[in-house]
Design a protein around this ligand. Structure first.
Ligand SMILES: Cc1ncc(C[n+]2csc(CCOP(=O)(O)OP(=O)(O)O)c2C)c(N)n1
Length: 386
């Protein structure tokens, strides 16, 4: 081997990862749909006939998410932010489900839901300040980019440990039920998280105590390089709810109207019937993160097939058919996104960077002697390096 030959395994292609999108056979596979691939009515679930403003809010937020994703990549690749978790392809599943919840409901986040923040009123600046790790964003710049949250918006940030927070969400929902308040909860996680013990503990607890929560599994086909059929031996992630008597269903994760309908219903019925596990069948069009190269484990033709189900043009065609969106609306929105992002990047970069020693703040109200010593040591060592 010559010195510049790669030692990385080269993906040779396999039929397993070249399966066509299950959305093509949605009825047969029990995946609920309002829209067909072209944004016409599929005739499975009825059109929820949402007000024009709600439809436009869903669409705008989805487009904003994809614009953020495109810019985030560039910033990461040019070394201005250190990490990126893409959400391209998954805009509909998280945006429509968040908007289906009331703003007083609590959200427990995974890592591909920037639109949940936007839909609750977070500004572009707040998001970019988080991506840049700036000290004056609500989480004080201490979390990986995209591990978003904001207590003021009733959004709990993701824990990096896959699935670890699902029991916390179920417990918080149970607490609300015991207190007799009417808050509902939604918790996001991926297909990979359903293999974690915490998912099963949470489902078992939820089956017994019936907390008012929507378990929202974004099945995006992959958990890093592990495809669905290496993740579970059962046919669907939804049916895992059956073991715990948790109601469950599959929905087209690239169809905002279907997602809105099933999430709203699950939310509304949560007080009476308890939890629902929703499996939103979607696809991660990009890599797992900026540290990943999907060409090593999946064929490019798989992603190409899924592009036909891209939720953004699909939903735009629906809006256009109803006379709720035009070419000039689109143009305006894209220009506005770019402008807002330019301004947010500029302002966020000018904000104060979090100092390494600040990670010791807020661990305890009064820092322990040990933490104080560690802080001093870290700051001294870094000082010497600089
Ligand atoms: C307990 C644990 N194991 C492994 C990892 C590394 N890891 C980060 S994300 C991820 C895959 C998660 O897949 P999935 O739940 O399907 O969500 P997705 O990333 O596809 O949205 C893994 C294995 C981790 N963070 N935590």
């Amino acid at each position: 081997m010559t010195s510049n030959e790669s030692t990385l395994p080269v993906f040779k292609g396999s039929p397993r990862s070249a399966v066509s999108p299950p959305l093509q056979r949605a009825r047969e596979l029990g995946i609920r749909q309002v829209l067909d691939a072209d944004g016409g009515l599929a005739g499975d679930l009825p059109d929820p006939d949402l007000p024009k403003e709600t439809l436009q809010k869903i669409y705008r937020t989805m487009v904003e998410v994809s614009a953020i994703d495109a810019r985030g990549w560039k910033l990461q690749r040019s070394g201005r932010i250190d990490f990126w978790i893409p959400s391209r392809g998954q805009e509909a599943s998280h945006v429509a489900s968040t908007i289906a919840m009331d703003t007083s409901d609590w959200i427990f986040m995974a890592s591909r839901e920037p639109g949940s923040m936007l839909a609750r009123g977070a500004s572009m600046l707040q998001l970019f300040a988080q991506f840049f790790g700036r000290a004056d964003e609500p989480m004080k710049g201490r979390r990986l980019p995209l591990l978003l949250g904001d207590r003021r918006l009733n959004i709990v940030p993701c824990m990096t440990i896959v699935g670890a927070y699902i029991p916390h969400a179920a417990g918080a929902a149970w607490a609300a039920k015991l207190k007799g308040d009417d808050t509902r909860f939604i918790v996001y996680f991926g297909d990979g998280a359903t293999s974690r013990g915490e998912f099963h503990s949470a489902m078992n607890f939820a089956g017994i105590h019936k907390p008012p929560i929507v378990f929202f599994c974004q099945n995006n086909g992959w958990a890093v390089s592990t495809p669905n059929d290496r993740q579970t031996a059962v046919d669907t992630f939804a049916e895992k709810g059956n073991a715990y008597k948790v109601r469950n269903l599959r929905v087209d994760g690239n169809d905002p109207l279907a997602i809105y309908s099933v999430t709203r219903k699950a939310r509304d019925e949560a007080r009476e019937h308890g939890p629902t596990l929703i499996e939103a069948v979607t696809y991660r069009l990009g890599p797992h993160t900026s540290s990943d190269n999907p060409d090593l484990y999946r064929t490019s033709n798989e992603a190409d097939e899924w592009r036909r189900w891209d939720p953004i043009p699909r939903f735009r065609r629906y809006l256009e058919n109803r006379g709720f969106w035009s070419a000039s609306d689109e143009q305006q929105l894209l220009e506005q996104c770019e402008k807002q992002i330019d301004e947010a990047v500029h302002a966020a970069e000018a904000m104060r960077q979090t100092e390494p020693g600040e990670m010791f703040d807020d661990v305890f109200e009064t820092p322990t002697t040990l933490l104080q010593d560690q802080r001093k040591q870290l700051v001294a060592e870094l000082g010497e390096e600089r």
